[in-house]
Design a protein around this ligand. Structure first.
Ligand code: ZN
Length: 192
């Protein structure tokens, strides 16, 4: 598979709080960082656009347990936990998409309440390569939204990890994305 004009890379939420040791650490989440860096380098070398999403919550966000949500406090805007992992180095030209910034709204998808779709259309993007954290939340919802908006989607199988609140959540999420039309790929699938 060759990368071509019209392709873009979207990497979800590689933030300290979602990595082992963080407030909402995804088991083995750190393992995806080297692969995601290689995907990013491939897109960058071809001048293709890269988007990195981040959870960017106010301190009183509705997803936090103390506000009636299901998660511990995580990724509060401007904190260390909300920063991208230090080893995650997509490229300085990557566009950062901040989401779930409204205290009253949860947003797992990078499309939800953001300008991502507008940026993609302006850039003439038709096919999205999507990876990051976590398979069963932000990746799943971003892929669903991308397919619903008519983009072709490749799922980076070696660039995702799941929270797995229930043990099968990650596998079920991958099955659903593929059933909806996402094409699973790995680094070795690309002609790099
Ligand atoms: Zn969140």
């Amino acid at each position: 598979m060759d990368l071509q004009t019209g392709d873009a890379l979207i990497i979800a939420d590689v933030q300290n709080d979602f990595l082992p040791g963080g407030a909402l650490g995804v088991p083995r989440g750190d393992e995806v960082v080297p692969a995601l860096n290689r995907y990013a380098a491939a897109f960058d070398a071809r001048g293709l656009p890269i988007f990195t999403s981040r959870d960017w919550h106010p301190p009183d966000h509705c997803s936090f347990r103390e506000r009636g949500g299901i998660w511990p406090v995580h990724c509060v805007a401007g904190t260390k936990g909300a920063e991208f992992h230090p080893d995650f180095q997509p490229t300085p030209s990557a566009t950062v998409i901040s989401k779930a910034t409204d205290p009253k709204k949860e947003a797992y998808s990078a499309f939800e309440g953001t300008d991502l779709d507008k940026y993609l259309r302006e850039a003439g993007v038709r096919r999205l390569f999507i990876g990051g954290l976590a398979t069963d939340y932000c990746v799943l919802n971003t892929v669903r939204d991308a397919l619903a908006r008519g983009y072709a989607v490749c799922l980076l199988e070696d660039g995702v990890r799941a929270v797995n609140l229930r043990p099968d959540d990650g596998r079920k999420a991958e099955d659903e994305m593929i059933r909806l039309g996402a094409v699973p790929i790995r680094l070795e699938s690309l002609a790099l």
